[in-house]
Design a protein around this ligand. Sequence first.
Ligand code: SAH
Length: 374
Amino acid sequence: MPKPGELTFVAPRGAKKPPRHLADLSPAERKEAVAAIGEKPFRAKQLSQHYFARYAHDPAQWTDIPAAAREKLAGELLPELMSVVRHISCDDDTTRKTLWRLHDGKLVESVLMRYPDRVTMCISSQAGCGMNCPFCATGQAGLDRNLSTAEIVHQIVDGMRALRDGEVPGGTPSGGGPARLSNIVFMGMGEPLANYKRVVGAIRRLTDPEPDGLGLSQRGITVSTVGLVPAMHRFADEGFKCRLAVSLHAPDDELRDTLVPVNTRWKVREVLDAAWEYAEKSGRRISIEYALIRDINDQAWRGDLLGRLLKGKRVHVNLIPLNPTPGSKWTASRPEDERAFVAAIAAHGVPVTVRDTRGQEIDGACGQLAATER
Ligand code: SAH
């Protein structure tokens, strides 16, 4: 049995792999795949143009490719990966959650949030999650499986298409119309660094220039982790300029062992050291995520301890009012405790903000992505 947080993943017996898709492949591999079915290698570029630059995965739209070749290419390189079960919107429709069904029936979710000045998409990297954090809805259900690179990328391709097509209203009363995606956060279902290779592949597809990829900025991508230390070191060596978020939730090992069970393997000290290494190599500030849970981790002395640990570092603290999961005995902090906690951190000169919790009424807010078909 792998220990918690170990990077091994054993596919359940009889599980069928997700179909191979253009977005799983590097540009060179795409050419080979096209040649292997007897098509001209330049068709790979045409397909990439359709998928990554026009978000057109319906062969009927590929008018620069002979009709006879379209079906063959589509079957080989653009199989249907997932279908929308439903969209649910709130915040005047500026927040939209999508429930997806994958080829094997597994369910995952993504959330689009449109603000006046930016659009953020929160995506899943695994179906379920194996990290077992007791306050997180996804953690309660356990891990189904890793998503493939293309299953991760496709959530964003579809989001970009929806924004282009004006399906998500703007964040201002007069706003609306088409929009561009500015930020991507790996804060949906799953632990991204436990699905390392596919997540790194997805980051390349998202950030390679069009038409090899989507041409998004690495700076606009945030990878959030419970603190898988060896994978954090490895990630620091990829040379990305992405933001790294660390879900700390407690400054002391005693409490963190219970809130983030993988802490029994890698301690607060080691997690923070790996984070500082990433900050050093990437030049980016680390984002420390901390869900404030009433009377559990929100004491001013813990805020003070956190401030001491982070003082002088390239860091920003993001406090998240706990979004209670169904049946949980825990809830968000009292306003006065939240204020005292913020002040205790700020007293050390550490930048701290409280996160806005969009999408609460559609179970789309932090930690609420647990794709049960109701
Ligand atoms: N596995 C990754 C990413 C997914 S969760 C990670 O843990 O970082 C994204 C963020 O939401 C994490 O910081 C997570 O701890 C937090 N979160 C989970 N459940 C929550 C809840 N019920 N209320 C508030 N934040 C929660």
